[in-house]
Ligand binder design. Sequence first.
Ligand code: GLY
Ligand code: MN
Ligand code: MN
Length: 433
Amino acid sequence: MDIAPFLDRRRRLIARMGEGVAIIPTAPEKLRNRDTSYPYRADSYFHYLSGFPEPEAVLVLVAGADARSLLFCRERDADKEIWDGYRFGPEGAKEQFGFDEAHPIKDLEEKLKELIANRPALWYSLGHDVAWDARIAATLNAVRAQSRAGKRAPSRIEDVRAVLDDMRLVKDAHEIGLLRSAAGISAGAHMRAMRATAPGRYEFQIEAELLHEFRRHGCQYPAYTPIVASGANACVLHYVENHERIEDGELVLIDAGGELDGYASDITRTFPASGRFAGPQADVYDLVLDAQAAAIAAIKPGATFIAPHDAAVRVLAQGMVDMKLLEGSVDGVIESEAYKRFYMHRTSHWMGLDVHDAGEYKEADAWRPLAPGMVLTVEPGCYIRPADDVPQAFWNIGVRIEDDALVTASGCEILTADAPKKITDIEALMRDR
Ligand code: GLY
Ligand code: MN
Ligand code: MN
């Protein structure tokens, strides 16, 4: 493993802290049922700074004249390693992950008391985990109890996430490499899914094709639960049952992305089960594709986060009026938000270690300006549920087209461009299946 990016992030965080001690625990293991655990996934902040994969680990960063990084982790254990696999142990962790010090996790409380005594600030994610909040409070109180011995507890508690979120918002070269790989694998999975789809197959069979493709190219997990939604299911935004038979004449909406070494991808494609778009399906599809093109054109340094959304909404609103789904002027439909009946979500979110990644969307009250290295999704859609005032030909058409964009010096790079989205390209791919 190349540890340089992790060392660099720790150095940058310490510099931004200026003084004090940061405590960053990884995620706990979680039981799924009885004695069976969910697959283990490290906490994203902890992973960002350490790369250390084991549970029961805490990173401590000291800022100031004696700046250093310390890891607390499980000790080696011959018996447990027979059952559950290799553990680095403090020595191995220090050497292989480049910490200045590493200690057994059982020593954490005692060492923390020494580490935070007489420091001005404690940097910690207060409120993220009540069990951890209680441990931190107990440690602070233990230091306060030593006041007659001249020990002072930190008087300032800072939210370390505020600094880390800002750092995570602008991806470094290592992160961009992984995001690009995750995007490429996921684009391949969408192509595989298109080829595998036919009337009579079940949604879960197509989900299986996606998961197969993610895993065989090294993705450890899907970045989120895949959505494979045929027909009316496409109008349920978070449909995840994936249990229905795909019928001829329906569209299939797939929202799925793999996670590679902690980094997400997030792609949606919508295509016809038969391989041919029919009637109003093509009109709605091309409208969403045009909206996405307008949104992508709006992504450049200095533009605000909301600019792509505004651009997509304008195109969609025009289309909804043209197709007689809505009445009135485009400005009126935008002003009254009538378009939300068919397009009720936002066009973008940050993406990185988390599919809905860390990072504020506004600074003070203003939408954040985009800058090179930021990664955001572009995912307009149009979802038309049956209703008396909607022409029947449009009923149950649900379309979303989602790509992942890296902001560059002059515009953006679409990381997920390999997954076809022009009608002619989708139909050509499905013809050859
Ligand atoms: N797949 C989650 C999203 O598109 O936001
Ligand atoms: Mn998605
Ligand atoms: Mn998304």
